[in-house]
Design a protein around this ligand. Structure first.
Ligand code: HDE
Length: 748
């Protein structure tokens, strides 16, 4: 039987003898088409599904018994000659590879990048050379500090790494969801990572910066001040990987065919807007669904709601290099969008989940040094250090110099050079020559003239003395930190105060807390004072023990001279999430709280309305059994109160129904669900006949009794008949009603 299935699989071969690519399983897919591109096609040759096939050893020998090892008698010892057992266990013993030293926890997706308009004036990069040109991509999102199995909702920076499989080789844009970084020089990276990782004696805490060693380091590193503002903002707890920005961080160069270079900052702008969850919510999600972001990304792609990001560039002509009050080479600074607007030049669409996490997401190897002709580096000292680190780390993580041959990493264009051998070499290089010049193979492989696409490094003029030092132009550490804080809306500022109070509250050493307060005071006393109040500490006027990254024999930086530096603008609205895109409820998750006796008309009309806008509705009930509606119809239940939690949803609706309302009113889980959703500032809608359920909550008394659409859009709660759907949709699109967070706080 098994052999027959092998035969039938063989019969699947096309006339050309080429096996038809195995189809991805479609049973989970609802509406998603099967996208294909040059990279997906390339991967098919290495993809196998095993369905309908005979089991074999790794060497192709059919296996007759995969249940029992070979023994000396039924009750005897296992025989060493059992090659099937040995092979199976040996492979199992070696399944794990080292996790990434940073960014260990990640999720990947395939997609396509489409260029909007030729950028040939700025860069000769082929993938940006023509409107409509499509390039396959693989993207990996990650958290930084935690291990591979850590929670998605840690307060942390998110990695946003994109591999473009271009016709000129791979371009990796290895960015983060924050536009600046903690340090200015690669020399400090191991220190930073050692400080933030779990403490070395007891390996506590996991995936968290709220501990002594991190703040000990940060409180003495004034250059971290700006990044700390981002890390303590809601940007560090995104609602979804599909709802965060991405940044290349460093200033790069674009170089055109004439060799003219411009400075550039790279951006990703999510079309769904930039949204975050509340910190209390993030901590609860970490318990209820530590895979929250991974699942959200996977589900969106499986359902055909493909995540989309626009690619943006900020371009600074070479002659304007010194036009700004900060140094373009300093990775702790951003270029305010109000000074140099972001031009949107293309779109990234993530349209296919990986087939195998390990093969694709885990083995993907990104490198900031993977550039293509038309893109080049600057002297940013953090970028320069990264250029060394990424290949180096893959050598140990992926086990040798041939990691570029792993299917997910290989380019879609052919590779020819004289590199040979090494562990796990896949290419079978024919011929006698592996050197150049050679005459035995006509000097092949041949170098490519620049006119034919050969990479030529930007011809930057360098005239300098060797020196181990920090440029004075990097010394202004506080002005952009202040700009960030002062550009936030009031609720965002409050969240930063709360985050710092939490993080420093977890620090045991009082001197570290105090030192950090001194740093915060340089940024803004309006930030330092409430944090100091929370900690019960006096805020020092000036920071102490600041490390200006001066070598042992160097002169101390003149702290007084950098103290009062102001940023060239007072506010940058682009830095706040308050005005982000809020016009869609696509992929938003809405909980319907139900019980037997629910009014099916109320439930179904709201469901139809929300689903028509792309929202995802889950019917939740005390038990998983279908609920029997007032009209005796049976309504399938997606989750029970045991498996669902308000923190996993964006909004809540309570449909009408006298009996169901009586049940929900008396069910502590249902009431807790509502209280918690309210506490986290989510939209709540209630059918008028279920009003008693709202009256049983803590917030029932706090929201206005008289309901109008205008009030609902302010308070985030609406009670009414089936006509409330349109207002509810607007409320969900607003994401959160942060203004009610403090004044209307309820226990939950
Ligand atoms: Fe990384 N970084 N990094 N980094 N980084 C790694 O490479 C490093 C930095 C970023 O999904 C490692 O393959 C140094 C900035 C992302 O696979 C390692 C320095 C930015 C990812 C490494 C930095 C990043 C990494 C670990 C300072 C934003 C995940 C595993 C000089 C622009 C990529 C690996 C993925 C991963 C080194 C700073 C982004 C060790 C030395 C700044 C998104 O090579």
């Amino acid at each position: 039987m098994k052999r027959e299935s092998t035969k039938s699989a063989k019969a699947n071969k096309s006339e050309s003898g080429k096996a038809t690519p195995p189809k991805k399983s479609t049973d989970l897919k609802k509406s998603a088409p099967e996208p294909s591109n040059a990279k997906i096609d390339d991967l098919q040759g290495n993809t196998e599904s095993g369905s309908g096939e005979t089991m074999t050893t790794n060497h192709g020998v059919p296996i007759n018994d995969d249940q029992n090892s070979l023994k000396a008698g039924e009750r005897g010892a296992t025989l060493l000659e059992d090659f099937i057992l040995r092979e199976k266990i040996t492979h199992f013993d070696h399944e794990r590879i080292p996790e990434r030293i940073v960014h260990a926890r990640g999720s990947g997706a395939h997609g396509v990048f489409t260029c909007y308009k030729s950028q040939a004036g700025l860069t000769k990069a082929h993938f940006l050379g023509e409107a409509g040109r499509e390039t396959p991509v693989f993207v990996r999102f990650s958290t930084v500090a935690g291990s591979r199995g850590s929670t998605d909702l840690a307060r942390d920076v998110r990695g946003f790494a994109v591999k473009f499989y271009t016709q000129e080789g791979n371009f990796d844009l290895v960015g983060n969801n924050m536009p600046v970084f903690f340090i200015q020089d690669a020399m400090k990276f191991p220190d930073l990572v050692h400080a933030v990782k779990p403490e070395p004696d007891n390996e506590i805490p996991q995936a968290a910066s709220a501990h002594d060693t991190f703040w000990d380091f940060i409180s003495m590193m004034p250059e971290s001040a700006h990044m700390i503002m981002w890390a303590m903002s809601d940007r560090a707890i995104p609602r979804s990987l599909r709802m965060m920005e991405g940044f290349g961080v460093h200033t790069f160069r674009l170089v055109n065919a004439e060799g003219k270079s411009s400075f550039v900052k790279f951006h990703w702008k999510p079309l769904l807007g930039v949204h975050s969850v509340a910190w209390d919510e993030a901590q609860k999600i970490s318990g209820k669904d530590p895979d929250f972001h991974r699942r959200d990304l996977w589900d969106a792609i499986e359902s055909g709601a493909f995540p989309e990001f626009e690619f943006g560039i900020q371009v600074v002509p070479e002659e304007d290099e010194f036009k700004f009050g900060f140094d373009l080479l300093d990775p702790t600074k951003l270029i305010p969008e109000e000074l140099v607007p972001v031009q949107r030049i293309g779109k990234l669409t993530l349209n296919r989940n990986p087939d195998n996490f390990f093969a694709e997401t885990e083995q993907s190897a990104f490198h900031v040094g993977h550039v293509v002709p038309g893109i080049d580096f600057t002297n940013d000292p953090l970028l320069q250090g990264r250029l060394f680190s990424y290949t180096d780390t893959q050598l140990i993580r992926l086990g040798g110099p041939n990691f570029h041959e792993i299917p997910i990493n290989r380019p879609v264009v052919p590779v020819h050079n004289n590199q040979r051998d090494g562990f796990m070499r896949q290419a079978i290089n024919k011929g006698k020559t592996s050197y150049g010049p050679n005459s035995l193979n006509d000097n092949a492989p041949l170098q490519a003239p620049s006119a034919e696409g050969g990479f030529v490094s930007y011809n930057e003029r360098i005239d300098a003395r060797k020196i181990r030092a920090r440029s004075k132009s990097f010394l202004d550490h506080f002005s952009q930190a202040r700009l960030f804080f002062q550009s936030q809306s009031d609720p965002e500022k409050q969240h930063m105060i709360d985050a710092l109070s939490f993080e420093l509250g977890k620090v045991k050493t009082v001197a570290i807390r105090e030192r950090m307060l001194g740093v915060l005071n340089q940024i803004d006393p309006d930030l330092a004072t409430p944090v100091g109040l929370h900690l019960g500490l006096h805020v020092p006027k000036d920071p102490e023990q600041l490390n200006f990254s001066i070598p042992a024999d160097g002169k101390l930086a003149d702290y007084e001279s950098i103290k009062g530096i102001k940023s060239e603008i007072e506010k940058s609205p682009a830095l706040s999430m308050a005005d982000t895109v809020k016009d869609t409820i696509k992929t938003r998750k809405i909980a319907f709280l139900t019980a037997d006796g629910v009014d099916s008309k109320s439930l179904n009309s709201m469901k139809t309305k929300l689903e028509a806008e792309g929202a995802v509705v889950s019917v939740i009930a005390p038990k998983l059994a279908p609920v029997v509606a007032e009209d005796s119809t049976e309504i399938p239940v997606d989750e029970s109160f045991l498996t669902a939690a308000s923190v996993l949803f964006d909004a809540v609706f309570v449909p009408g129904g006298t009996n169901s309302s009586a049940t929900l009113e008396a069910d502590p889980d249902a009431i807790h669900f509502l209280n918690e959703a309210f506490r986290h500032c989510k939209a709540v809608a209630v059918d008028a006949s279920a009003r008693q359920v709202i009256d049983a909550t803590y917030f029932g008394k706090k929201v206005s009794k008289e309901q109008s659409a205008k009030l609902a859009l302010k308070e985030g709660v609406i009670i009414g008949d089936t006509s409330i759907g349109d207002t509810f949709i607007k409320m969900i699109a607003m994401h959160r009603f942060w203004d009610r967070e403090k004044p209307m706080k309820v226990p939950a």
